[in-house]
Ligand binder design. Structure first.
Ligand code: UDP
Length: 482
């Protein structure tokens, strides 16, 4: 292997094929590239255009493409991103087909490793085989889970101690053992295992994901120490030597110059968006978005619309394109847009989320608690209305509502790949009124704490900050391995 004085350190990034994984990984690659590291992102042809615009405006980042074997696994050729599975209502079976196709990327991926011989691989947790691939070529594999230290620690405790098996009903709460705080959960907030058999592919797959987390060189986390110090320490000290980790976030802050271009191309122009926001007073608009995967039923969409309208709040509501295709506008109460004209805006498709959240007009965020949106909200210093649906979102909700206490809960009581039970419009209205209120002392406390966290987030990535320091330490460590 070449000496670090001969050539640049070369790091390979391999994000899972979903926006919530691609976006922060591309940001991370930019951070490394900004520190003089040669970076290569490996992805599939249909995912590359989603981030090529962002990588051409920043430091030099190479892209390497591999084909996604969708057809071999019964999926249409245009299905190369998990977004497609939810948009077309393919459910858990579709997730399983997609995951099998992703496992089949191993062979072409290893061919690239053989050709390029990078010094390190940062691969998504959903490529558990990547640890063995890296070992084949004698390089360290870092794992990226795309979630908080809190969710990593809580998920590990649930998997290890299985407290959910010691309660008598899905609604009886249990304490997640061994965490720095007393965190209560119910079985409803965890994925159901009842239909899975031992030999089930997804069961085995997630078992491998868990094992590969402790087998690899370490974990790179999109978080900052000041947000969850007890959980960062817990992850590092309590979970053993296999859990070396470096926090480098919030990675979204690396986009200071092009915050409008992130992930897919936005369906609203930057100028139009800013003009609308600039017509509003500070802290008076609520941003409502549920990320790139959650797809609610038409009935749920209607309840959200009625709740937003009744709240009398100013709003930006992002509605995924698939709601248009399947249901037209049937879920939208007649005349909604006329009646809310001026005070609200629906963005159909993809919003320039970070640009919007960072604008002074935004006063709060309604989110499904995908970790990226959660951290972007925290970074913007915003309190939140919490609406978890699946994946790590119920853990993230606990961190925000109970540990750092900047969130108001609206519903979302049950883990589900298809949106969960319906939350009524009255609950939506009351959560919006509450989070936007300037009269309730408890809510003002949330605003103050959220603002302070936003300032800490920015300091963390500045020179001398905790995330800046950890990234330097990681790069030095990787250099010493070459
Ligand atoms: N996002 C965006 N515009 C949209 C929807 C999502 O820019 O209209 C970005 C958002 O800023 C975040 C990511 O997509 O970085 C979504 O990741 P998250 O973890 O919040 O949720 P997921 O989509 O994985 O459920």
């Amino acid at each position: 292997m070449a000496n670090s004085t001969d050539r640049l350190l070369h790091v390979y990034f391999f994000p899972f094929l979903a926006h919530g994984h691609l976006i922060p990984t591309v940001d991370m690659a930019k951070l490394f590239a900004g520190r003089g590291v040669k970076t290569t992102i490996v992805t599939t042809p249909l995912n590359a255009p989603n981030f090529s615009a962002t990588t051409t405006t920043g430091p030099d980042i190479q892209t390497r493409l591999i084909d996604f074997p969708a057809a071999e696994f019964g999926l249409p050729a245009e299905c190369q991103n998990l977004e497609f599975i939810s948009a077309h209502n393919k459910g858990w079976e579709g997730v399983s087909q997609f995951t099998r196709a992703a496992v089949a990327l191993r062979e072409p991926f290893e061919k690239l490793l053989e050709q390029d011989r990078p010094d390190c691989l940062v691969a998504d947790m959903l490529f558990p085989w990547a640890t063995e691939s890296a070992a084949k070529f004698g390089i360290p594999r870092l794992i990226f889970h795309g979630t908080s230290f809190f969710a990593l620690a809580a998920g590990d405790a649930v998997a290890t101690h299985e407290p959910q098996n010691r309660v008598s009903s899905d609604d009886e709460s249990f304490v997640i053992p061994g965490l720095p705080d007393e965190v209560r959960f119910t079985r409803r907030q965890l994925p159901s295992r009842s239909s899975e058999k031992e030999e089930d592919f997804m069961f085995e797959f997630f078992k491998r994901v868990g094992e590969s987390s402790s087998e690899c060189f370490g974990t790179v986390v999109n978080s900052f120490y000041e947000l969850e110090p007890a959980y960062a320490d817990h992850y590092r000290r309590v979970l053993g030597s296999g859990r070396r980790s470096w926090h480098v976030g919030p990675v979204s802050l690396c986009n200071a110059d092009d915050r409008a271009v992130r992930g897919k191309e936005a369906t609203i122009g930057r100028d139009e968006c800013l003009k609308w926001l600039e017509s509003k007073e500070p802290n008076t608009v609520v941003y409502v978005s549920f990320g790139s995967i959650v797809k609610f039923s038409a009935e749920q969409m209607r309840e959200i619309a009625i709740g937003i309208e009744a709240s009398e709040c100013q709003f930006i509501w992002v509605v995924r394109e698939c709601h248009q295709e399947d249901d037209g506008n049937n879920w939208l109460p007649e005349g909604f847009e006329d009646r809310t004209s001026g005070r609200g805006m629906i963005i159909r498709g993809w919003a320039p989320q970070v640009l919007i959240l960072d604008h002074a007009a935004i006063g709060a965020l309604v989110t499904h608690y995908g970790w990226n949106s959660t951290l972007e909200g925290i970074t913007a210093g915003l309190p939140m209305v919490t609406w978890p649906v699946m994946a790590d979102q119920f853990y993230n909700e606990k961190l925000v509502t109970e540990v750092v206490r900047i969130g108001v809960s609206v519903g979302g009581r049950e883990w589900s790949v298809d949106g969960g039970g319906t939350v009524g419009h009255a609950a939506v209205e009351s959560a919006l009124r509450r989070v936007m209120s300037r009269e309730v002392e408890e809510v003002m406390g949330m605003h103050r704490r959220a603002k302070a966290l936003g300032e800490m987030a920015r300091k963390a990535v500045e020179e001398g900050g905790s995330s800046y320091f950890d990234l330097s330490a990681l790069i030095e460590e990787l250099r010493s391995q070459t």
